[in-house]
Design a protein around this ligand. Sequence first.
Ligand SMILES: O=C[C@H](O)COP(=O)(O)O
Length: 247
Amino acid sequence: MRKKIVAGNWKMNMTPAKAVELVNTLKDQVNTEAVDVVFCPPFVCLPAVLEATKGTNIAVGAQNMYFEESGAYTGEIAPSMLVELGVKYVILGHSERRQYFAETNETVNKKVLKAIEHNLVPIICVGESLEEREQGITIDLVRLQTKIALKDVKAEDAKKVVIAYEPIWAIGTGKTATSMQAEEVCAAIRTVVAEIYSKEVADEVRVQYGGSVNGGNANELFNMGNIDGGLVGGASLKPEFASIVNY
Ligand SMILES: O=C[C@H](O)COP(=O)(O)O
């Protein structure tokens, strides 16, 4: 039985002081027994959020990292830096990174391999644009993104990764995929994982849905057979996040 996982991607919002306020608002409200809860603040807020979540079961994730160990990569963050702080998860390949920062399936794969090497759990984002959906290539595209992201990842490591299906047209738009649309693609992701590895691996890997998840739609989405929780943007910055976790 897969445990649900709900992660809040704060994106480029909050300052360290505001982050502590948000954690203090949410930390006693979220039920971490039934669901793994992850807060993913901006890099500079990580120490404050780690401190503020001490003594809770809330895990902390980063929103990105680089695939080299160290060196002359101005502005980048290495996995060891995150690990030393106590970060457990890292979002990789978010569509905003692909769109604005030229991330490709190949760089996402390098980051996934590096994260695993450092025992960070990658939350790998995949998903199609509206144009791609209208062209009828959603499943092919998401299968390809998943396959490349997992290239050279061993079966025992693949079991632990989280894959977030985020249709780009649903991100920050208030336009949620229907539970059937989300389920169809999340099931296809599980199928491709089974093809690469085995049914056993596919049964363990957790697949989230992301894109305008809110307190009103979380229950229906998270009750679909192949949806193991959500990657939440806008609503993760509000008290409403608790009602998503406690769906
Ligand atoms: O990472 C989170 C997603 O991009 C979803 O964002 P959203 O909940 O604001 O639509």
